[in-house]
Design a protein around this ligand. Sequence first.
Ligand code: ADP
Ligand code: MG
Length: 185
Amino acid sequence: MDKESIRKVMKEKRGEMKSALQKALSQRICKRIACRPEYTKAVKVAFYYPWKGEVELLNLAIQALKEGKGVFFPKVAGEKLIFCPVKTLRELSPGYKGIPEPISSPVDQRGIDLFLVPGVAFDWEGYRLGMGGGFYDRALGTLKQYQVSIGVAYNFQLLESLPRNWWDRKVDVIVTESTIITPST
Ligand code: ADP
Ligand code: MG
């Protein structure tokens, strides 16, 4: 199947999930991320605002703020994602496609330790299918060796293999409610 067909099927599946199930699974996923060494070690973490049924990480972002971690959210700037700090989630307001984004100025992306990355699907090698904008491919393409990315998804979004193009980027770890994939190890 090509990317567009997989996107369609997976987005439909995600859209059919009951909100109570989504919340329950998201909570489990948050707990699993919170235990990961990549997360406990990270001082500055980039979150995302859940959109169209994506795993909800906002409670984890609130917890991270309480723990004194730096919390960042992406903002669309032309073809790029830029990452901006927030001190409270009230600082987010609707931007690109109505998705809440920060109003603050962006930081140098090299200062962020961990990127939590949403996806429509991920494969066993860590490749990712997004909504089709290529935004995270561009962002992950410039990460330094010391920076880590975690793909966040429900278990049904894991597929053995996804079609890939030269610009597609892998994540380092995938966390779902029942599986952890570390493709490089
Ligand atoms: P997604 O990753 O959101 O599923 P795709 O991988 O299909 O989306 O990419 C969407 C578009 O983004 C493609 O047309 C591709 O040309 C563009 N793109 C992605 N990454 C880059 C990049 N690093 N440089 C230039 N264009 C890119
Ligand atoms: Mg891509």
